[in-house]
Design a protein around this ligand. Structure first.
Ligand code: PEP
Ligand code: MG
Length: 599
């Protein structure tokens, strides 16, 4: 094995180290680290038949290739780091890449497959342990450091061979802080917030679905820390400050004390805001805004009611499809949805049809190819129309859930009038079928609306309004598509800005088209839950906002301090600007004046 310079101490050091990333879910969590991916996933040992040797070697070669690609991707991410950290981390990743390139490990595994008829996983474990033992016996400090690398590479190989997902957070210590290269939205769905304290990752952007899930679970989270790999060991104490985007590893007693204090302050503030739950979201000049909840998981119903949500403005139905290998049928979906509708006690529940594809691939739809550009590919309504059995099952389940309380059907990624018409036809077809069978369904039929999240849909809002009963502006995707910036990519996260005049014009145009055509319009993208944007959106004529339940109290507080007429005057000033910095200054100065007037 070629010698790569040993990584310097900070990457694998003792003592306190702190890292800056993207704070995507607020709050402070302190707990023992659980480094995801460091351990070899469990597998059943077995041998192969002599005629399977070539096939098995090919399987191993494929896992080696996947592992190299993952490491190369991680290495790319070090580009954004300060030079010293980037250099240090590159050494580490290079060492791992070398171990996968005609190294003793690779040759040894191939030999064990050929000679011992070992299956790849068994061969990887046996060979990596043999190398580790040999290194440990040599009493050489450089080689001693490499033992951990060998084990990490072996774990990566076995994970890729067994196709073990990154998630599956089991047997964790209470309050564990999960540290991982990547946590997918589906992984977050397996986290129990009563056990997990928070998480920190190398990849991910602030508006990606993993970030949204973290907010939904109320778990402080920091994403996009390039130099996190190798810096933390399971069991190390870690602080995740999701408000400031900082992660502190192995804090000193003084740091720990400081963060404990801040954690208590944050919780006190939360309790103060929660007192607003029973008060209406009415501005100083008497304009009422509807503050609804976005739901990722059924368990959030309780949370939504506790903070006084007026409705569910967006139920992301993907949770029903996550972490399973089959597609839930109509009955199963009906069961889930009707529980939520009943739980909301007469408040409207806006249920969005499946929005997988892009970054949200569900294993239930395993034959789905991501395509050359997943964000522009077969996702959301395009997938539902290409697989009508999916749409029929969803629409029927929603229609049946609608017998228990008011529901609306929301269709993601609408680009054309024709797509909406097809959904309406599916609605009528399924309603007729259920009525023929005597199955109780929503009466009258639920309103059907479009997510406005593709710039083309915003620009054609007048045409779409003819076939829509309501609009919901999905500003997360709208910003991404308008600016051509991946919402989940930390490398361009700093360029992602909903205050870009193009995005604001698309919002304004949609709001005005809805008004002209007398249909309701809401915003359910992440800006709806950020008080920074509340006055601007109210000023642009938006009266319905839907957000993660934990965001409602702070946004309500802002609504109650603003005056919609003056917010509209400020919005007009904003819309005359072309420079994002000036826009941001105008927005922030207005918000500051609201805070000051309250003091
Ligand atoms: C959006 O795009 O703004 C939205 C609400 O949908 P999602 O975040 O689920 O893509
Ligand atoms: Mg979207």
């Amino acid at each position: 094995m070629a010698r790569t310079p040993a990584p310097k101490s900070a990457a694998r050091g003792k003592g306190q180290a702190s890292y800056q990333g993207l704070g995507v879910a607020p709050g402070i969590a302190i707990g023992p680290a659980h480094v995801q991916g460091g351990e070899v996933p469990a597998f059943a040992d077995c041998t192969i038949a002599p005629d399977q040797i070539d096939l098995e070697k090919a399987r191993f070669a494929a896992a080696v290739e996947t592992s190299k690609k993952q490491l190369a991707k991680l290495k790319q991410k070090t580009g954004n780091l300060p030079a010293a950290a980037a250099e240090e981390l590159s050494f580490l990743l290079d060492a791992h890449i070398q171990m996968l390139s005609q190294s003793r490990l690779v040759r040894g595994v191939e030999r064990r497959i050929g000679e011992n008829l070992a299956m790849s996983e068994t061969a990887v474990r046996a060979e990596s342990e043999a190398i580790a033992e040999a290194f440990e016996a040599m009493n050489d400090s450089y080689l001693a450091q490499r033992v951990q690398d060998v084990r990490e590479v072996a774990a990566r190989l076995v994970r890729n061979l067994t196709q073990t997902p990154w998630g599956a957070f089991k047997n964790l210590p209470a309050g564990a802080i999960i540290v991982a290269e990547e946590i997918t939205p589906a992984d977050t769905a397996t986290m129990d917030p009563d056990i997990v304290g928070g998480f920190a990752t190398v990849t991910g952007g602030a508006e990606g679905h993993t970030a949204i899930m973290a907010r939904a679970l109320g778990l402080p989270a920091v994403l996009g820390i390039g130099d996190l790999v190798g810096a933390v060991r399971s069991g190390d104490t870690v602080i995740v400050d999701g408000t400031e985007g900082r992660v502190v590893v192995r804090p000193t007693a003084a740091t720990l004390e400081r963060y404990e204090k801040r954690r208590l302050e944050y919780e006190k503030e939360e309790r103060q805001f929660s007192r607003l739950a029973k008060l209406p979201a009415v501005s100083k000049d008497g304009v009422e805004l509807s503050l609804g909840a976005n739901l990722e998981f059924p368990r959030e119903v309780e949370q939504a009611l506790a903070v006084g949500a007026s409705s569910i403005g967006l139920l992301r139905s993907e949770f029903m499809f996550m972490n399973r290998n089959d597609v839930p049928g109509e009955d199963e979906q009906y069961k889930f949805l009707s529980e939520i509708v009943k739980g909301m006690g007469g408040r409207t529940v806006t249920i969005r049809t499946l929005d997988v594809g892009g970054e949200k691939l569900a294993s239930a739809l395993g034959d789905l190819s991501p395509g050359p550009n997943p964000a522009l590919g077969l996702r959301a309504i395009r997938l539902s129309l290409a697989r009508p059995e999916l749409l029929d099952a969803q629409i029927s389940a929603i229609l049946r859930a609608g017998a228990h309380g008011p529901v609306r059907i929301l269709v993601p990624m609408i680009a054309t009038v024709d797509e909406m018409k097809q959904v309406r036809e599916a609605l009528l077809r399924n309603a007729r079928r259920l009525i023929r069978k005597g199955t109780p369904i929503a009466d009258p039929l639920p309103p059907v609306g479009a997510m406005i999240e593709i710039p083309a849909a915003a620009l054609a809002a007048d045409a779409l309004a003819r076939v829509c009963d309501f609009f919901a502006l999905g500003t997360n995707d709208l910003t991404m598509y308008a600016l051509a910036i991946d919402r989940g990519d930390e490398q361009v996260a700093h360029l992602y800005n909903p205050l870009h005049p193009a995005v604001l014009r698309l919002i304004q145009f949609t709001a005005e088209a809805a008004l002209r055509n007398r249909i309701p319009v809401s915003i359910c993208g992440e800006i709806a839950g950020d008080p920074r944007y509340t006055a601007l959106l109210a000023g642009l004529g938006i009266r319905e906002l839907s957000m993660a339940p934990i965001k409602i109290p702070r946004v309500k507080n802002r609504v109650r301090t603003l005056d919609v007429q003056s917010a509209a005057a400020r919005a007009r000033m904003v819309m005359e600007q072309w420079d994002m910095k000036t826009i941001a200054d105008l927005v922030d100065a207005y918000n500051d004046s609201l805070v000051k007037s309250k003091e």
